[in-house]
Design a protein around this ligand. Sequence first.
Ligand code: GUN
Length: 292
Amino acid sequence: IDGKATAQQLRDNIAAAIDTLKQQHNLQPGLAVVLVGEDPASQVYVRNKGRKTLEVGMNSLEFKLPAETSEAELLTKIAELNGDPSVNGILVQLPLPDHINETAIIEAIAPEKDVDGFHAVNSGKLMNGEQGALVPCTPQGCVMLAKQHLGDNLSGKHAVVIGRSNIVGKPVSMLLLQESCTVTVCHSRTRNLAEICRQADIIVAAVGRPLMVKRDWVKPGATVIDVGINRIDAEDGKTRLVGDVDYHEAAEVAAGITPVPGGVGPMTIACLLRNTLVASCLQNGVELPDSV
Ligand code: GUN
């Protein structure tokens, strides 16, 4: 299952929708990304987000704050962005330095600008199946890739989600439930994990344990969505990126499987851009184009 190509297609559709928005409504969606500190992985993510934001024709604002930034200073920055009408989406890159309370920061973002979908108002709307929720990006990408392989109707399929994080496991479970899947949520304390996975039509692996899902965990013909991004030592003294699934083993039995890299990863940024477009349309009372 090619996440790179699917993400490219989605970004092309978003770019076309933004063209229309500019021409018909004189609107240009804007995304503000805030990075606190110098975590190297976060710097790479933020740079990629900024580039892809500009590529689809949105306005990109980046704020790099020093690691010593206080919680109060960060809250002031968020209040400023909440009040800025040219900013439709706000993303504060996680993890934050230890002296800053992540929950307090997430809850300070205006829910209608929370393009990560982490605010309690958005997770509550997702849970209740309400319209107008901003849905977390990686879970959206997982469901899009599952549908790309299985078609739009996932009704009655048994989905096993490994992981119960607020960023992936919980929201992807809610989305799959909305699609009328039978959803089993597994985690570090689950007994008989392999046995439960073997019953799955769809496996979503989001635990952060390299190569955990093996050949005999996968039912022949199942669809495997691998959210893991783990860096491990390779034979040649270098390192390589692997998922939570042992791709080569699982690919022998699965009907469809996402690679790492090139699977879920590229979909996350594409869905972030989609959320920024959705947020901009909602804030301006404009209908979202069908193509996205
Ligand atoms: N850090 C790792 N993934 C994410 C994400 O999806 N959103 C934010 N804000 N930070 C992250």
